[in-house]
Each structure stands twice: as structure tokens, then as C-alpha cells.
Design a protein around this ligand. Sequence first.
Ligand code: FMN
Length: 325
Amino acid sequence: MKTRITELFGIQHPIIQGGMHYVGFAELAAAVSNAGGLGIITGLTQRTPELLANEIRRCRELTDKPFGVNLTFLPVVNTPDYPGYIRAIIDGGVKVVETAGNNPQKWLPALHEAGIKIIHKCTSVRHALKAEAIGCDAISVDGFECGGHPGEDDVPNFILLPRAADELKIPFVASGGMADGRSLVAALALGAEGINMGTRFIATQEAPVHDNVKAAIVAASELDTRLVMRPLRNTERVLRNVAVDRLLEKERQLGTAIKFEDVIDEVAGVYPKIMKDGTMDAGVWSCGMVAGLISDVPSVKALIDRIMAEADEIIRARLDRMLAA
Ligand SMILES: Cc1cc2nc3c(=O)[nH]c(=O)nc-3n(C[C@H](O)[C@H](O)[C@H](O)COP(=O)(O)O)c2cc1C
């Protein structure tokens, strides 16, 4: 399948693995890239620019295909050394950066000068248009269904994607709720040039996370996610657990007076405990509604091959037959 996204990034299939904290290590990024998609290392999971440089080297040893690095600009307690991370990305010869969380304008000149393509992930048409205006090369349009930070507008992909298609000139992929060949064909029909998946890629053989995480996603239905930190205007879609219920109770009790310090036990430093140790109630962790569509833990290659075969079948057999009738 050839789309503006496969052309832009020099990949075989229009499937991207979004940056994921404590999931997007070299093993997963390389597996996705080796299977013909675009794998992405999560920059800030590496605590220093030196560690990111090392992770980029490790990824390069595992694949000779293009891969990217995610740089997330979110409200965090200590501002990361962004100039250092940018340097590690440029020196590491990375050719794609996925930005998210805030306007990446400040970093674009240095990245573009190094020949790096920027795909900016955002949750609204106005932010997508802003990203296009400042010179981003592509957009990941993240609908309300998505795992992680869906923003505050709550527009699901069935509306958001055609709206983006009406407004954007640069290519975009559909992100949030994508799981299979049906998702891919639907995304293409709505105007996207491919898909970005997070949660689906966690439930794969190569995802370097504890088996408890994969089992939790397989066990979950589409009813099992919750939105937390809404009163802080830092909404995150997470899988329901004891910590999520506790946090939501705090939100109910404290109302608009709630501060980040009130929820720190549930959100700060919990990812290694969940992703590495498999302590599933250690805190809140991002997960999409798409968990309801995930019922197995295939290899990344089997997953991507299955998505492409299913998409082919839907287009050539199911849809074409409807037209012929
Ligand atoms: C466990 C987890 C961690 C994530 N961490 C990040 C992150 O650090 N930076 C980022 O830009 N997006 C992050 N995301 C969002 C994904 O990149 C992607 O946009 C999202 O998962 C798409 O929705 P889906 O889960 O329905 O596929 C994370 C998602 C998950 C599930």
C-alpha cells in the first residue's frame, strides 16, 4: 500500500507505533520498523540525553529500517534537558521525530536542518493547523478514544478525522482506537494516510513490558478505561484499577481545589513499577478504549501482516463487491 505517509517516511506499510512511556524501547521500535511500519523510541523514558543516544544506537543494531524518536512536551515536575535530547536525536542520525504535548516550533529549525521529518501528534483541528503552519511535515490526529492524553475537546475520530481532512494540506495518520485492518480502511476512508497505534502494540510479543500488562489489556473491554486529571486540564485515559478509583475519589472530594500534589502518589514514577515489575495497581497508566478490540498477543510482524491482509480483503472483496452489486 502506497500513501503519502509511506512515501514521506520511506516505509512499507502506513502503520506507526506511537511513543509510549516505558514501552517504546529499542526492542519494540525495531520490531515495528523491521515489520515494515515506523517504530518510535520514547525519548523521555531515557532519563538523560546520553541514555537516549545509547538507545538509538541499540535500535540501529536491531534494524536497518527507518525509525523515529518521540519527544513529549507535557507539564512535568522538572523540565527535561530538551536541547540535549535534540542533540542526541540529530547526532544519532534519526530521520523522524514524533512531537506531542505542546507546540514544537522552537525545535523545528534544528531538526529540519538535520533532514529530520516531524510528525506532530495533536487532538484538535486547530492544533493540527497550527502545526502545519509552523512547518511540521505530518500530523498524528489523536481522537478522544486514544490511550494517553486526549486533550480537553472530546471529539472522537469519526468526526475529528474528516474535519482534519477538510482542513489540512499535509498528510496525517489516524491515532486512537486503531487495532486492525478495519481500523486502517476506515481511517483511509475518512481521509487519513495511515494509522498510529499505541495500546495495540503493547499487547505484542516484542513489547518489552511485563506479561501482566499484556494480560490486563487482553482482559479489558472497551468499558474499562477512565479519564483522570480532568480538573487539572491534563486529562489522561487510563485503564481502571485501584489507584484510578482512588484518584477519582480525590477528584470528587477536592473538586476544583485539586492540585497536582494531591495526585502525585497515583501518577509520579509509577510507570517502571507497572511496565517493568507488573505491579498493576501501583498507579495510573495510559490505555485506550481499543483494549476492547484486543484479544491476543501476536508478534509485531504477525500483527502488521494481519492488518495489511485484512485491509486488502476489505477493500478488494467486501467494498468492491458492494459497488459491483
Ligand atoms: C502506555 C502508554 C504510554 C504512552 N506514552 C506516551 C508518551 O510518552 N508520549 C506520547 O506522545 N504519547 C504517549 N502515548 C500515546 C500513544 O503514543 C498513542 O498516541 C495512543 O496510544 C494512541 O491511542 P491508542 O492507544 O488507542 O492506540 C502513550 C500511550 C500508552 C498506551
